[in-house]
Design a protein around this ligand. Structure first.
Ligand SMILES: Nc1nc2c(c(=O)[nH]1)N[C@H]1C(S)=C(S)[C@@H](COP(=O)(O)O)O[C@H]1N2
Ligand SMILES: [Mo]
Length: 201
């Protein structure tokens, strides 16, 4: 029969399968660690976060200055290209809108760089609009070193390889320059809802 009650039809669909992009599974309580190379040792005494490259003036925050910026709580789903997703992950950190509010630029792209040499690229616009953060807290605890502590990028609307661990800054560029995984054939944008895993997807 085709009759369905209003109450049932009108209910918001929030089952986990609706929240999983194509080809992804729910990792549940586990939080896999994916790192190319060793976990770098990061000293917060010398740590800084800089926005450099195509900017009128380099912007720089020491750890103390970064910690004093306005903070936000973020609860979001994350999607790794190796096909695990994790729902309702809880973070705290500084919005990239706050950081980029201090910067004048005509650049359209960003190379995110990290301790240990990892890089990843994305359009500058994708770091704005309340869609990206530098986070230092996971589940109300300081972010663990293997997950990118003291601080990592969080860009949950793109595959998780864009969320650079041990992040140290942004280099603003006029053209889209492939980062670490992108050089090895991963997609330059990486939208999980469009299965943009590899170049050409
Ligand atoms: N610096 C750095 N950041 C990185 C990586 C890395 O190897 N080095 N791996 C990326 C990949 S492929 C994924 S899926 C996530 C994994 O984050 P996790 O180890 O906290 O799960 O970090 C991303 N950020
Ligand atoms: Mo990944």
């Amino acid at each position: 029969m085709s009759l369905i009650s209003r109450g049932f039809a009108g209910r918001a669909r929030t089952t986990s399968s609706d929240r999983l992009p194509p080809g992804q599974y729910d990792a549940g309580g586990s939080f896999p660690v994916l790192t190319a190379g060793p976990t770098p040792r990061v000293d917060i005494g010398t740590w800084d976060f800089t926005v450099q490259g195509q900017v009128d003036e380099v912007a720089r925050w020491s750890w103390q200055q970064f910690r004093a910026l306005p903070r936000e709580d973020v609860t979001t789903d994350i999607h790794c290209v190796t096909s695990w997703s994790k729902l309702d992950t809880r973070w705290q950190g500084v919005s990239l809108d706050t950081i980029l509010g201090h910067v004048e630029t005509a650049a359209e792209y960003v190379t995110v760089f990290s301790d240990g040499g990892y890089t990843t690229n994305l359009p500058l616009e994708d770091l704005t609009g309340g869609r990206a953060w530098v986070v230092d807290t996971y589940d109300e605890e300081p972010l663990a070193a293997e997950h990118g502590g003291p601080a990592r990028l969080l860009v949950p609307h793109l595959y998780f390889w864009k969320s650079a661990k041990w992040v140290r800054g942004l280099a603003l560029t006029s053209t889209d320059e492939p980062g670490f995984w992108e050089t090895f054939g991963y997609h330059s944008y990486g939208d999980p809802w469009r299965s943009q895993r590899y170049a050409g997807d």
